[in-house]
Design a protein around this ligand. Structure first.
Ligand SMILES: [Zn+2]
Length: 399
């Protein structure tokens, strides 16, 4: 697919500055609520007048509400403000080769709705049509109006663009080479669109409502169909030049190892992924369709699944060690389309090397922990992107 990679020139364009300040104030309210104008001016470095103007605007658009008064010093009690949870909603749409997902979250990042549909045709034309149906269903079901949607975060499996890994195997969308997804979905949904890869969306979802709420630098190992990596450093997602940073599944952990659809031997994805477990279980005549199938096999301690898990643990530990040494994250979160029980088993079985920069004394966060699991993770990530973008200046990717 074709991405719009043009980068706007950053300057003191008045509208851009206004948008930046509006997001900054909203973000401060979110973190310090209930909070008054003087405090917001102090926290933001803006003048009290500028903060007052922004607050009036945010009140009229329904993002903020008054929440009583507080006596500060000897002056008049100051009006306090809080976020209006239902002041706006983010829509997440995730497209996988064989399924599509829709999710809604409110301004506080709380999930309000989710739906999955199976698809047999993941072409841009069909996917955009189904996305519009999913949006209509979500609005009809919740009673939320279209103009309350702040935008849609469209989540796609990477890699983006015409690169060496495009169209490889069962993990990528076929027929998207000449498509600009941002334009396609903006027209289909009539909303501002943010396009993100699934692992990065999952990582950002953790930041809005999950394990990473108070973290600034962390990575998310994401079980989609393949294995992706969402990278957040100093509060910003690391996307790379073409939005493809974090193709964890195709790093080689076993030179000369199992053949991968990408043409290399011994890629991590051939040992640790949904694709890998599916192929392994097929050797024993067992079809793994979804997360529930895996959960049942794990509860039954099916020997073939337990064998796959024991073989997956060491390659995963190698991947973890590489991520630690490359990015120095506060923690690595593992989640996505795997049952909790399997994620917990993998994490507790990991034998992490002591020779890692993550092996520091007095750690207060584990090196590896379980994140939000389940097949809706990335779709909620898409919705979280939209909500996060409302609070964070310079957050949305330029594509
Ligand atoms: Zn590969």
């Amino acid at each position: 697919m074709k991405l719009d990679n043009s980068r706007p020139i950053i300057g003191s364009n008045a509208e851009r500055t206004k948008d930046h300040n509006r997001k900054a104030v909203l973000g401060l309210v979110k973190h310090h609520q209930p909070v008054g104008r003087a405090e917001l001016a102090r926290l933001s470095g803006l003048s009290t007048q500028a903060v007052s103007n922004i607050i009036s605007e945010l009140e009229s658009t329904g993002y903020l509400v008054e929440a009583g008064r507080k006596i500060v010093g000897r002056g008049l009690p100051s009006i306090q403000y809080t976020l209006k949870r239902d002041g706006g909603y983010g829509l997440g749409i995730e497209i996988r080769p064989n399924a599509m997902f829709a999710a809604l979250t409110n301004l506080a990042g709380e999930p309000c709705y989710s739906k999955r549909v199976s698809i047999s045709d993941c072409s841009p034309k069909n996917a955009s049509k189904i996305a519009a149906q999913l949006m209509d269903d979500a609005l009809a079901h919740t009673g939320i109006k279209h103009d309350q949607l702040l935008g849609a975060g469209v989540v796609l499996p990477g890699p983006f663009g015409d690169v060496g890994l495009s169209g490889v195997g069962d993990t990528t969308l076929t027929g998207w080479d000449d498509t600009n997804p941002k334009k396609l979905f903006a027209e289909a949904l009539n909303l501002p669109i943010i396009v993100e890869n699934d692992a990065t969306a999952a990582a950002l979802a953790e930041n809005v409502g999950g394990e990473a709420k108070f973290l600034h630098s962390y990575c998310f190992v994401y079980f989609g169909t393949g294995l992706g990596l969402g990278i957040v450093v100093d509060g910003k997602a690391v996307r790379g030049a073409n939005g493809n940073a974090g193709e964890l599944g195709h790093i080689v952990v076993q030179p000369g190892g199992k053949p991968c659809a990408c043409g290399n031997l011994g890629c991590l994805e051939t040992y640790v992924s949904r694709l890998s477990v599916k192929a392994h279980m097929a050797l024993f005549g067992i079809t793994v369709g979804n997360v529930d199938d895996l959960e049942k096999l794990f509860n039954d301690k099916h020997p073939a699944l337990m064998d796959w898990l024991s073989a997956a643990v060491n390659p995963l530990a190698q991947g973890i060690s590489m991520i630690e040494n490359l990015f120095d994250p506060q923690t690595i979160i593992i989640g996505g389309a795997m049952p909790d029980s399997i994620l917990e088993y993998l994490i507790s079985s990991l034998s992490l090397t002591q020779a890692s920069i993550a092996n520091i004394k007095h750690r207060d966060i584990p090196r590896v922990q379980k994140g939000t699991s389940g097949r809706m993770t990335a779709a909620f990530g898409g919705a979280a992107l939209i909500v996060h973008n409302a609070f964070t200046p310079g957050f949305a990717p330029n594509r």
